[in-house]
Design a protein around this ligand. Structure first.
Ligand code: NAD
Length: 336
């Protein structure tokens, strides 16, 4: 079966997902597009999906009998309304992170999906589909013994002037927040943030770098360095210290060179390249489940927990050095 897909939001990631579905993956076809900037949708139709119909609004696209399943790739603030509309229409929906911009908004989506009684939503936490993280999880689960600590880093060469301190949580750490829960099969109980001195390249409204300390229910302590003006490259590091050994996230494949009297390993500079293959795998997973009228992979509950944890981390930024408790409501059976 070919799943007929409608895309809401045809900016950077919406366009890239359209390309994937039309040119890389099996089982999907773009039949509908919409964007508040109509020209953007028209450009994607012209370049990638010539048969797609352009809709005036996301709600009209979701309601259309042309559309079997929906991709929500608009700005974060609009995700909640579209995901709720997709659930109301009973259509599978892939929603880029964040599921909603508030924990209350994410909760409304969880409640709507639970009331529907069947999974329809996959959240775009693509690191779970990365071959390196999958290999790391295998090592952590079966080789290195029960985890005790995680040392991690999320480094970006530079960020624009509009990137402010809380965005280090909502836009950057959000991926670590999700992937460590999945990696450790655990939940967070507290967050703390420590700021070293501000790096010289950081602008006035951004405290960069910062260290986030997360503690889990099983007693694992995770330290994540977020350094978004590190200058040298886009670099994701993760090392899990277990009872019997240490497991490290593999580096991206790169040609090692002996050159100019030095041993060199190139480091990526653009975040878009780091997990490029995992976007293909996550969307193929979505198409496969959508053909059955359901969804697999990261759930609304994962999106909700990520929102609760993000809020706690932002509070922890504001209360520098203080531990902020993270309390989760009980998990509905749909997500057990
Ligand atoms: P973008 O600004 O390039 O594109 C967003 C598009 O949505 C724009 O064309 C805009 O006109 C459109 N839009 C905004 N509000 C809309 C609405 N209410 N209805 C319809 N269209 C609307 O942004 P982007 O980089 O493509 O990011 C989009 C979303 O994807 C964000 O939530 C972002 O966090 C997420 N994202 C996730 C990843 C990832 O690694 N998983 C990577 C990039 C972006």
């Amino acid at each position: 079966m070919t799943v007929r897909i409608g895309i809401i939001g045809t900016g950077a990631i919406g366009r890239d997902h359209a390309r994937r579905i039309e040119q890389v993956l099996a089982g999907g076809k773009i039949v509908a597009l919409t964007d508040v900037n109509r020209e953007s949708a028209e450009a994607v139709r012209a370049d990638i999906a010539p048969d797609a119909e352009i809709f005036q609004t996301g709600e009209e696209l979701i309601a259309s009998p042309l559309v079997d399943a929906v991709l929500v790739t608009s700005w974060g603030a609009s995700h909640e309304q579209y995901v709720l509309a997709a659930i109301a229409a009973g259509k599978p929906c892939f929603c880029e992170k964040p599921l909603a911009t508030t924990a209350d908004g994410a909760r409304r989506i969880v409640d709507a999906e639970v009331a529907h009684g069947r999974r329809l939503v996959q959240v775009g936490f693509m690191r779970r589909y990365d071959a390196g993280y999958i290999a790391l999880k295998e090592a952590v689960t079966s080789r290195t013994g029960a985890p005790i600590m995680v040392h991690a880093a999320h480094r970006n060469p530079t960020v624009p002037q509009h990137y402010l301190t809380p965005m280090a949580i909502h836009d950057t750490l959000i991926h670590e927040i999700d992937v460590f829960r999945w990696l450790l099969d655990d939940d967070y109980v507290s967050a703390r943030v420590i700021f070293p001195r501000r790096a010289a390249r950081s602008h006035g409204k951004l405290r960069d770098p910062q260290v986030v300390l997360l503690e889990t229910a099983k007693g694992v302590v995770i330290d994540v360095e977020i350094f978004v003006n590190c200058h040298y490259g886009y670099d994701i590091q993760c090392e899990v210290v277990g009872e019997d050994g240490i497991a490290r996230l593999p580096e991206p494949m790169a040609v090692q060179m002996r050159l100019n009297a030095s041993l060199q390993n190139p480091i990526l500079t653009d975040w878009k390249d780091r997990f490029i293959a995992s976007y293909d795998v996550e969307l193929q997973d979505f198409l496969k489940a959508a053909a059955q009228g359901t969804a697999t992979g990261p759930t609304c509950w994962d999106g909700y927990v990520a929102a609760i944890t993000s809020d706690a981390c932002v509070t922890a930024q504001e209360r520098e050095g203080e531990a902020v408790a993270i309390t989760l409501p009980s998990r509905p059976a749909l997500y057990s």
